[in-house]
Write a protein that binds this ligand. Structure first.
Ligand code: PHE
Length: 440
């Protein structure tokens, strides 16, 4: 067997993990979900879940990956838990579903890069989205996006990924700050901030429970959890890093970018009089495009912004395909290139309905986030908290000297609150998806 690669640089692991986490989830999905789900109450629920559920599950993935040094499926037998292999299988399945529509949204981003050059969306934000989002345009750009991702994965350019993340993260943050600052000068800004940032304290508890399923799905999606990305990335770790530090940093950067994206989108929605609850999956693109349409020099800023969003989407899409390809290489002893091409082709075919109709995109998104990632997270929490607790604790303490109390807290958070919340969310998700299917 070939020697397993490890990260090229000390911070390669962090860069790649942040590159996976920061993507369309932060800049596209977070603002539109927040808009749709009542604004500030959703933000509060989401922030709580990131810390209480997301962080502990991320640590489970990290300890499994670092201990096993194997792909998602192979990791479980390697650490003496072969019956739990099916967690990896669910993860790989989740990858197929997510990437199949993620690449459609990635294709929208390419169309917005082109639109920034041609001026296609200026003064025309809603119509532009309408023609970009579904149908043959969407399908063609979906294919282009998939081909680019497959190209990168088949070359196995891990260090290219590290470099891309190094450029992408500061640029995305910088541009979002500029947009947010411009948004602050608009007449709708204060209404936008009120909607986004001031939860109604009298209803927050009731709201938080009803918002739990969407907020939990978003927490998993944005942190790339529940499908083994973090298992796979931690499997390339050659040294005993302090995994708690690393996960805190990854979570902090990811959350910062999402909050910033909201600050950049909401003032524009309110300034344009767009009803935040009505736009669905198009909300963010319509909001941003109308911002670039009016901002002085907006086409140039838009071009740079969508190019960076494209990089952000690419580093995330890469991580999804890498999970599946690394599984296929380890398991079937196939070469990287043919494996990548075949898997990417299947994913593209699975995603065709989501490029042709937003209803399917919404359905796939619900299946992935409300069922597959949540189900994967629930199983990881049960496994890590109840069946693998002492090994998991040992593994976490390597690189984190003297963390006895912290590890105990971690295990108990996994055992009870994480398991209960995710079981509740999973049940809700199954009911919700059955409802969508029944209504189609
Ligand atoms: N976290 C990525 C984003 O926010 C999406 C993703 C989900 C990546 C699941 C990998 C696994 O865009």
């Amino acid at each position: 067997m070939a020697i397993r690669e490890t990260w090229a640089t000390r911070i390669g692991f962090i860069l790649a993990a942040v590159g996976s986490a920061v993507g369309l989830g932060n800049i596209w999905r977070f603002p539109f979900l927040t808009a749709e789900s009542g604004g500030a109450a959703f933000l509060v629920a989401y922030l709580i879940l990131i810390v209480v559920i997301g962080l502990p599950v991320m640590l489970v993935e990290f300890v499994i990956g670092r201990r096993a040094k194997q792909n998602v499926v192979g990791a479980f037998p390697e650490i003496g838990a072969p019956t739990w292999k099916f967690i990896g299988a669910i993860g790989a399945l989740a990858g197929f579903v997510i990437l199949s529509y993620y690449s459609v949204v990635g294709g929208w981003v390419i169309q917005y890069i082109v639109g920034s050059v041609t001026g296609g969306y200026a003064g025309n934000a809603e119509a532009f989205f309408g023609s970009a989002a579904e149908g043959t345009n969407a399908l063609a750009y979906d294919l282009l996006f998939m081909a680019i991702v497959a190209g990168i994965v088949s070359l196995g350019v891990r260090d290219g990924l590290e470099r891309a993340a190094k450029v992408m993260i500061p640029s995305v943050v910088g541009l979002l700050v500029i947009l947010a600052a411009y948004g602050a000068t608009l007449s709708g800004a204060s209404e936008g901030y009120a909607y986004y940032l001031s939860p109604d304290m009298s209803t927050i508890v009731g709201d938080a429970i009803s918002l739990l399923p969407d907020a939990a799905g978003q927490a998993f999606f944005t942190l790339s959890l529940g499908m083994g990305v973090m298992i796979t990335y931690a499997s390339y770790l050659g040294e005993d890093r302090n995994l708690l530090h690393d996960s805190l940093l990854i979570v902090a950067v990811d959350t910062f970018v999402a909050i910033l994206a909201g600050l950049a989108v909401f003032p524009f929605l309110f300034a344009q009089g767009v009803d935040p609850g009505a736009g669905g999956v198009g909300t963010t693109f319509v909001g941003l495009a109308s911002a670039f349409g009016t901002l002085p020099g907006g086409q140039v800023v838009g071009f740079v912004f969508f190019s960076m969003l494209f990089l952000a989407a690419l580093t995330s899409a890469f991580s999804i395909l890498e999970v599946i390809v690394s599984f296929a290489i380890d398991t079937f002893d196939v070469d990287r290139r043919p494996a990548t091409v075949a898997i990417a082709a299947v994913i593209f075919l699975v995603g065709v309905p989501t490029a042709m109709s937003l209803d399917y995109l919404t359905l796939y998104d619900a299946i992935a986030n409300q069922i597959l990632l949540i189900g994967g997270g629930l199983l990881l929490a049960i496994f890590g908290g109840w069946f693998f607790a002492s090994e998991a604790s040992d593994e976490l303490r390597r690189g984190m000297p003297g963390g006895e109390t912290l590890t105990t807290v971690w295990i108990w958070v996994l055992r009870v609150p994480v398991v209960l919340v995710l079981a509740y969310v999973l049940y809700n998700g199954i009911v919700a998806v059955a409802g969508i299917v029944g209504g189609m």
